[in-house]
Write a protein that binds this ligand. Sequence first.
Ligand code: BGC
Length: 245
Amino acid sequence: MRLLGIDTGGSSLKAAPVEVTTGVLAADVVSFPTPSPATPAAIAAVVKRIAESFPELGGPVGFAFPSVVRAGVACTAANVDQGWIGTDGARLVREATGRPAAFLNDADAAGLAEVRVGAGGGQDGTVIMLTFGTGIGSAIFHDGHLMPNTEFGHMEIRGMEAEHRASARVRKVECLGWPEWAQRVNEVLACMHALFWPDLFILGGGVVENWASFGPLLESPTRVVPAELGNTAGIVGAALAASEL
Ligand code: BGC
């Protein structure tokens, strides 16, 4: 079965049809710039256009979004328009596309994909996925079960939120070299390790394309691996969530 997965990022909304039994993309990813301001109405208009690009996919749509999501409603808006707080995202996507919709946190979606069909496949125990982009997203799994909405990117390190020190955006804005940035990521991993003693860390986000530059500089008592699905994990996870509606 092929379902549409959509992932919302700070700079673009990316989408593709996903074969949900395998997690493989059934076509190239389409990408639309994130509107500015990224209000619910503006995002809904983009979602509508995306759905119209895939008329053959009539089933449920999965929509991954960078906020805490409880019972289909966005509860936070850390790096997005404040108008999202209190928005019923599942309903918004349903109305924009005319199809049933699953609405979930972007890092939870990426983690779901990696644990089911990516770097965490077959791993028992506790797996923590961290995504490095505009912010830092997180997802925690135990024996394959997700505990949603963890928001570890807002954990305080050296008096600052982790994502304000160690996101991929901060690396660019502060022009950090790989060793300096990897050191900041190591602090995040150390904090997570001390609190959760995970069996595996999976690191995701577009920056993972540069794994060769920073992966060898990462240090943790826990094994650390790059996301296998790269930047498409959120799309795949969104479609997987839709398949469970
Ligand atoms: C948000 C999270 C999101 C993460 C990655 C954070 O600022 O609070 O909900 O998962 O960014 O996009």
